[in-house]
Design a protein around this ligand. Structure first.
Ligand code: ATP
Ligand code: MG
Length: 559
């Protein structure tokens, strides 16, 4: 039974209750012309989620009807991403191209019934004849060809006698219909292009409208769930189902697509970002693709949680990206191990600490989860702290380290800054400090309080690391709004590379793909670019929950 309720789950529940369907069958139908993005995740969670909750099944079907744009690389990435999100299609992996022969026979069926014809108009002429929302279309001069002539031409289209674009097969419905999708929609076009699966077996390919519903019918899909832009295609979907001897009668339902602020969810635009080198690839950690989010360190669970928080509705809305970050933070706060990392290091020398001494201090792995246990971190006379944890002339609200001030080093000791060492240019290069040996573990026996707790690393033991800090790819919350070119809204500083960071010795050879919390800094995920002794970390998110703040301030975050 469903974990939650929405209009689609209500429809499915009712159809099962009335016995209209014995079991629910859904499908996720990506076109393999790019990598999946987080919008697709909403559709995946919905289709697979409904199937799971109602004890039905969900198919993965590649909508591979346009060989010009489709590639095996995309097919492989889509399978990987759906699995990573936590869903399983079992044996139900299908391709629209598996149905090409059947679809061809059904096209012939419509031709014989006088409901489809071969049109010699060019694509431009067809567009001109289509009319507008207020004016009816005009009929093609080829509309009244006999079924015999149409059959002959269609066979010859298949046989490869004609060049690309010279002819199409169209449904013969109604050129003056109010719904433009009804004005003799194209069913087949000629494309002499090698297909990733059927190679050169075909040079005519079915349109989305002709392939999709019939594929659903072949697979026994009960609820064909798609996004709102297909609402006007539904009458056509039904028309094909009614006019063909299909084995089942699926119904199409539409829901609102996911939109996120500071983000563009369109494979066409994402492909352009890749091709024009604005990012390093489809899996660049700034990309809203599932592979990019994974590389960035976003857990699949956080993405599923976002889908649940957003829910399913029929009204378009834009979700604030902070809500996604909030969902991700929630999961990572529970699951990520705490580690020390220093991104912009400043040297601290503890003058009263013995020169050759090293202590291995016990530090909790996750204060939120005692079962995560503890680890030891080496402590010695020379340390790294974060440069911005020190100010020579601190303003009123700065409580961290300053000359003459005492702070706690997490799970270690209290230290006091005695002296500041600068280089010729006046830059602070070192702090001379003293520690209180009685505060081992980070608490003082005399109840003395300090106002700040800093993270630290032993300079001798720390491993050098590269840390990449990420900001939104687009500066504007609504990229390309107000008539601007989308690409003008790209943030040139969406990635900052910090090449002189340090991390705990245990992270010198990190588990690629694992996300940890660098205490006080945020969550960081070890990147595949890491080499032994040269780890690379991507900042997943900071610790600041701006979405919770927006909510508290009464701003609308969730739809
Ligand atoms: P794009 O608009 O990014 O190019 P698409 O819709 O062309 O994507 P498909 O491969 O056809 O990509 O999409 C597969 C499924 O994912 C479709 O059912 C589509 O409705 C759904 N989908 C695509 N984008 C979103 C989104 N932003 N939110 C929810 N579902 C989406
Ligand atoms: Mg599409």
């Amino acid at each position: 039974m469903p974990e939650r309720s929405d209009f689609l789950r209500d429809i499915v529940a009712a159809d099962l209750a009335t016995g209209k369907h014995e079991t629910v069958v859904t499908r996720f139908p990506p076109e393999p012309n790019g990598y999946l993005h987080i919008g697709h995740a909403k559709s995946i969670c919905l289709n697979f989620g409904i199937a799971q909750e109602f004890g039905g099944r969900c198919h993965l079907r590649f909508d591979d009807t346009n060989p010009v744009k489709e590639e095996q690389e995309y097919i492989d990435s889509i399978e990987e991403d759906v699995r990573w999100l936590g869903f399983d299609w079992g044996e139900h992996l299908y391709y629209a191209s598996d149905y090409f022969e059947q679809l061809y026979e059904w096209a012939v069926h419509l031709i014989k019934a006088g409901k489809a014809y071969v049109d010699d108009l060019s694509a431009d002429e067809i567009r001109e004849h289509r009319g507008t929302l207020t004016e009816p279309g005009t009929e093609s001069p080829w509309r009244n060809r006999t079924p015999e002539e149409n059959l002959d031409l269609f066979e010859r289209m298949r046989a490869g006698e004609f060049p690309d674009g010279s002819r199409v097969l169209r449904a013969r419905i109604d050129m003056s219909a109010g719904n433009i999708n009804f004005r003799d929609p194209v069913m087949y076009r000629i494309l002499h292009s090698t297909h990733p699966r059927t190679a050169d077996a075909w040079c005519i390919y079915p349109s989305y409208d002709f392939a999709h519903g019939q594929s659903d019918a072949i697979e026994g899909i009960t609820h064909s769930i798609c996004t709102l832009e297909f609402q006007d295609h539904r009458p056509l979907y039904d028309w094909f189902i009614e006019n063909l001897p299909v084995p089942s009668t699926p119904r199409q339902y539409e829901f609102a697509r996911l939109n996120l602020t500071h983000t563009v969810l369109s494979k066409r635009v994402l492909l352009k970002l890749v091709n024009e080198g604005h990012v390093r690839g489809w899996d660049d950690p700034r990309m809203p693709t599932l592979s990019g989010l994974r590389r960035r360190g976003f857990p699949a669970e956080g993405i599923r949680d976002l889908a649940a928080m957003v829910g399913v509705a029929r009204a378009d809305s834009v979700v604030e990206i902070e809500m996604l970050e909030h969902a991700v933070r929630d999961v990572l706060n529970r699951t990520a191990l705490r580690r020390f990392g220093v991104i912009d290091p400043l040297k601290v020398v503890i003058e009263n600490y013995p020169e050759d001494q090293v202590e291995h201090l016990e530090v909790p792995n996750n204060p939120e989860d005692e079962s995560a246990g503890t680890r030891t971190v080496p402590f010695s006379r020379e340390l790294w702290i974060e440069r911005d944890d020190f100010m020579e002339e601190p303003p009123a609200k700065f409580f961290r380290l300053a000359p003459g001030r005492e702070v706690r080093l997490r799970s270690a000791y209290f230290i006091t800054c005695d002296r500041v060492v600068k280089d010729a240019a006046g830059t602070v290069v070192e702090l001379r400090c003293t520690y209180d040996p009685a505060t081992r573990g980070g608490s003082s026996p005399d109840g003395r309080k300090v106002k700040a707790t800093l993270h630290w690393l032993s300079a001798e033991h720390a491993a050098p690391a590269t840390v990449r800090l990420y900001d939104h790819l687009f500066t504007s919350p609504h990229p390309g709004s107000g008539g601007r070119d989308l690409f003008e809204d790209l943030d040139p500083d969406s990635e900052t590379v910090c090449a002189s960071a340090f991390v705990e010795p245990s992270l010198a050879e990190p588990v690629v793909g694992q996300t940890v919390q660098f205490e006080r800094l945020g969550y960081f995920c070890a990147d595949p670019d890491s080499a032994p002794g040269a780890p690379v970390f991507n900042r997943t998110v900071t610790l600041k929950d701006t979405w919770a703040k927006l909510q508290a301030a009464g701003r609308q975050g969730a739809p």
